[in-house]
Design a protein around this ligand. Sequence first.
Ligand SMILES: [Zn+2]
Length: 112
Amino acid sequence: MPVIVGKISQEFINEQKTRIQNLITGKRELLALPQDNLTSEEVYDNSKIKGAQDITKINQDITGLENALLRIHNKVYGICIDCGNDIPTARLRSCPEATRCTDCATKHERKN
Ligand SMILES: [Zn+2]
C-alpha cells in the first residue's frame, strides 16, 4: 500500500488544531452546564444534551477530538489509518477527528 505523507500543509494542521481545541472547549462546556434551574428556553436549547446517551456521545466526541490532537502531536494527523493516504482537507474541515479517508470510512461503515 502506498504511504504518502506530508502533503497536508502545516498551516492547515495549525488551523485544525485551533478548531479542534475550540470544539473540545465547547463540548466540555456543554457537559458542565447545570441541568437544573434552566429557563424553558435554555432547556429547549440544551435539549440535545439531555439524557445519559447524549452525554456518552459528547464524551466520545471529546475522546475522538483529543485523539486527533494526539495525532497532530505525533505528526500523523490527516493520514488514513487504513490505507495511509492523505485524508482530503475538505473532509478534515467538516470532520476534524476523521481517521479514515472517504473511501476507507465508507468501507469501514459497511463492515460494521
Ligand atoms: Zn483510506
